[in-house]
Design a protein around this ligand. Structure first.
Ligand SMILES: NC(=O)C1=CN([C@@H]2O[C@H](COP(=O)(O)OP(=O)(O)OC[C@H]3O[C@@H](n4cnc5c(N)ncnc54)[C@H](O)[C@@H]3O)[C@@H](O)[C@H]2O)C=CC1
Ligand SMILES: O=C([O-])CC(=O)C(=O)O
Length: 356
């Protein structure tokens, strides 16, 4: 009897994580009892996704469940996280998946996390800029970051919500206010523009995109996105027409998807791919792998601006090193000045949102 009692308690505990309403549901199947005897995940990192039921959140959750470095995956949203969690939890990979629904469960979702990925917030519709999302997404990011300060102040934060050029400064100010700010652990995710740049350059040059590396610096909106085509690996030389075409296509890749989706949102699938590529790099850094380098929008002294995207080396405590921009050609120097002007305003807007 005692053994059955313990087993039932285990069933209830595990099932409650999958679906907070489970305890109010009728019956429990034999299959659920068997699953309760499982060990509960391989060794690895604990990752939370905030906004896990969204267009990015769902494929991102699926791909993180497939990542062997993840042992525990917390899926938090203000709607629909039970369905997403139930679905993903059936995948026969190592990570244990747990559901968190609504503001009252935010802190539980965050306790003990090593990495928090934030794709929460509204996406663009045709005709909008990323900055048009500020009014809604700034408040969402502020609330989520307040939760991080309380529950996992040492977690690495990957911030996806737009406008990244302002939401990263917002997050930094929230952390500063709480006394938990560590600039090495806060990273704005600009990986998607790198992924696009690799793809578009490969198309033009007839290369395999997996073998192309384009550094993209600056920020994550319009002219603040600055691909450094003079530093592409393998070394490529572009005509002025190719340079114009590639720079413009990389800067407007997000808008290309927003227009193609015609009101149904912005990039979600390529973004989930990029977010996982970036999160995996952060986890490999945390594990102690050598030479894990990616571009990200971070607190920086590479320019006179307080935040800037450039190549960073990831390590056991987040960012280990931020690389200088390297030699720029005249085209890139002009682009850099334009990028800095717009970036300065977006950064200030984020800072003022918290300081006001
Ligand atoms: N950094 C980048 O490269 C990219 C950023 N984005 C941005 O990512 C964000 C999300 O995009 P999608 O997933 O397409 O939007 P979506 O609308 O499909 O999903 C957003 C999710 O956030 C949730 N959410 C809203 N308020 C929340 C809160 N307070 N706490 C937790 N979750 C909350 C919603 O319930 C929804 O499930 C947008 O701001 C978008 O602009 C999109 C693509 C690329
Ligand atoms: O364009 C958008 O609104 C979403 C985004 O940041 C991107 O796809 O790069």
């Amino acid at each position: 009897m005692q053994a059955n009692g313990n087993a039932n308690q285990r069933i209830a505990r595990i099932s409650a994580h999958l679906n907070p309403n489970y305890l109010k549901m009728e019956g429990s199947s034999g299959l659920q009892q068997v699953s309760c005897r499982a060990k509960g995940g391989a060794p690895g990192f604990k990752v939370a996704i905030l906004g896990a039921a969204g267009g990015i959140g769902q494929p991102l959750a699926m791909l993180m469940k497939m990542n062997p470095l993840v042992s525990v995956l917390h899926l938090y949203d203000v709607v629909n996280s039970p369905g997403v969690t139930a679905d993903i939890s059936h995948m026969d990979t190592g990570a244990v998946v747990r559901c968190f629904l609504g503001q009252s469960q935010l802190e539980d979702a965050l306790i003990g996390m090593d990495l928090v990925i934030i794709p929460a917030g509204v996406p663009r519709k045709p005709g909008m800029t990323r900055d048009d999302l500020f009014n809604i997404n700034a408040g969402i990011v502020k609330t989520l970051c307040e939760g991080i300060t309380k529950c996992c102040p040492n977690a690495i934060v990957n911030l996806i919500s737009n406008p990244v050029n302002s939401t990263v400064p917002i997050a930094a100010e929230v952390f500063k206010k709480a006394g938990t700010y560590d600039p090495k652990r806060l990273l704005g995710v600009t990986m998607l523009v790198v992924v696009r740049a690799n793809t578009f350059v490969a198309e033009v040059m007839g290369l395999d995109p997996r073998e192309v590396e384009v550094p993209v610096v600056g920020g994550h909106a319009g002219v603040t996105i600055l691909p450094l085509l003079s530093q592409v690996k393998p070394p490529c030389s572009f005509t002025p027409e190719e340079t114009d075409y590639l720079t413009s296509r990389i800067q407007n890749g997000g808008t290309e998807v927003v227009e193609a989706k015609a009101g149904a949102g912005s990039a979600t699938l390529s973004m989930a791919y990029a977010a996982v590529k970036f999160a995996d790099a952060c986890l490999r850094g945390l594990r102690g792998d050598a030479s894990v380098i990616q571009c990200a929008f971070v607190a920086s002294q590479v320019t006179e601006l307080p935040f800037f995207a450039s190549k960073v080396r990831l390590g056991r405590t987040g960012i280990d090193e931020i690389y200088p921009l390297g030699p720029l050609n005249e085209y890139e120097r002009v682009g850099l000045e334009k990028a800095k002007k717009e970036l300065a305003e977006s950064i200030q807007k984020g800072v003022s949102f918290i300081k006001k």
